[in-house]
Design a protein around this ligand. Structure first.
Ligand code: PLP
Length: 370
């Protein structure tokens, strides 16, 4: 019955779009993951594990006896970190966006979504059955135009703060002002900004001094563990307890991981040294690449460095050249990015030393010249 899948896979392969699982390659230097502060690959010590002293499993949904002190302590720390009243854990950023958007937005509403928003925001918007208006990337004037046109019950503006594929930022202050003017809610996904930007690494909303109506943060990127949270008012989190299906109908996250994550969050809040190292490493590599004629996405800054190659085959060749030189980097192709904008997405980690970064830069310059 499923033989047709073989033909489809062959077709993907011909188009240079086949995705294969990258196996563990500890021999390669990782410049593809989102481990911005270098925490994810540090082995957990026996002492830390003993300190965590928590059960491995929640055993049930958070609503049905699955909530422990470990979850509550982490949620309180996370809310404080992003300067919002309350937060609620989800099993992943994907589940957080799905749960949030599906629970809050509905038929008759409009969701105004940046063209480069993550798949989880797109899928959550579809699930909500609201009308979805996709607006040009980083264009507050377009958001203003859609909101000004009216014809909806309630309006929600959805954006990433630091965009995962282009490494550029939303103008959060402008979006907040526009939302206030039109009585719209602003949802900000800080997946790639949390731990990296803002005071204590508390994200770009904190850096911009704005309060979003809902903020999604992930714990598997700079925080280096797994899971995610939605933060906002306590009214919002009470609503999510009642209506977010990816929370209500899913086993609570591991209390042990929650304890471990709490330690990581506290460390990330204090770790300005890693943030400075990360910023310096990213700007040194950017300078080397641009001086070497490599084309990066416009306005990109910070640890996500998208090297534009255009067609899929070229991006795959560049990723392969990096692999041969000892680096693990990902070729990103459509549908993850728009047609004709295939790229190799480099992510810098605070753990990379200067010599490795210089070697990476030289290798990328050679690969792009071919
Ligand atoms: C912007 C954004 N939101 C959400 C997610 C999903 O987070 P998670 O990996 O925890 O599911 C990701 C990446 O994976 C992302 O880049």
């Amino acid at each position: 019955m499923l033989r047709f899948l073989e033909d489809e896979l062959l077709e993907l392969s011909h188009l240079g779009l086949l995705r294969e699982v990258a196996g563990a390659r500890p021999d390669l230097v990782d410049v593809a993951s989102n481990d911005y502060l270098g925490y994810a690959r540090e082995p957990v010590s026996r002492a830390t594990l003993l300190e965590c002293e928590a059960e491995p499993g929640a055993g049930a949904s958070r609503l049905i006896f699955g909530t422990t002190e470990a979850h509550l302590a982490l949620e309180s720390e996370l809310a404080e970190w992003v300067s919002l009243e309350s937060s609620l854990l989800f099993s992943s950023g994907y589940a957080a966006n799905l749960g949030l958007i599906q629970a809050v937005c509905g038929p008759g509403d409009v969701v105004v979504s940046d063209a480069l928003n993550h798949a989880s925001i797109i899928d959550g918007s579809r699930l909500s059955r609201a009308r979805v208006e996709v607006v040009r990337h980083r264009d507050p004037a377009e958001v203003n135009r859609v909101l000004g046109a009216g014809g909806f019950r309630r309006a929600f503006v959805l954006t990433e703060s630091y965009f995962s594929m282009d490494g550029d930022r939303a103008d959060l202050a402008a979006l907040r002002e526009i939302c206030d003017r039109h009585s719209a809610a602003l949802f900000v996904d800080e997946a790639h900004a949390l731990g990296v930007f803002g005071p204590e690494g508390g994200g770009l909303c904190r850096e911009a001094g704005i309060t979003p109506d809902a903020l999604v943060g992930t714990l598997g990127k700079a925080v280096g563990v797994q899971g995610a949270f939605v933060a906002g008012s306590s009214t919002l989190t009470r609503w999510l307890w009642n209506r977010a299906r990816s929370l209500v109908f899913s086993t609570g996250s591991s209390p042990l991981l929650a304890r471990l994550t709490l330690g990581h969050v506290r460390r990330a809040r204090r770790d300005d040294a890693a943030r400075s190292r990360l910023a310096a490493a990213a700007s040194a590599l950017r300078d080397q690449l641009t001086a070497g004629g490599v084309i990066l996405t416009q306005e990109s800054a910070g640890p996500i460095i998208p090297v534009l190659l255009g067609d899929n085959a070229r991006a795959l060749r560049a990723a392969e050249a990096l692999r041969v030189a000892g680096f693990r980097a990902q070729a990103i192709r459509p549908p993850t990015v728009p047609e004709g904008s295939a790229r190799v997405r480099i992510t810098v980690s605070a753990g990379l030393d200067d010599a490795t970064l210089a070697r990476l830069g030289a290798c990328l310059i050679r690969a792009c010249a071919e």
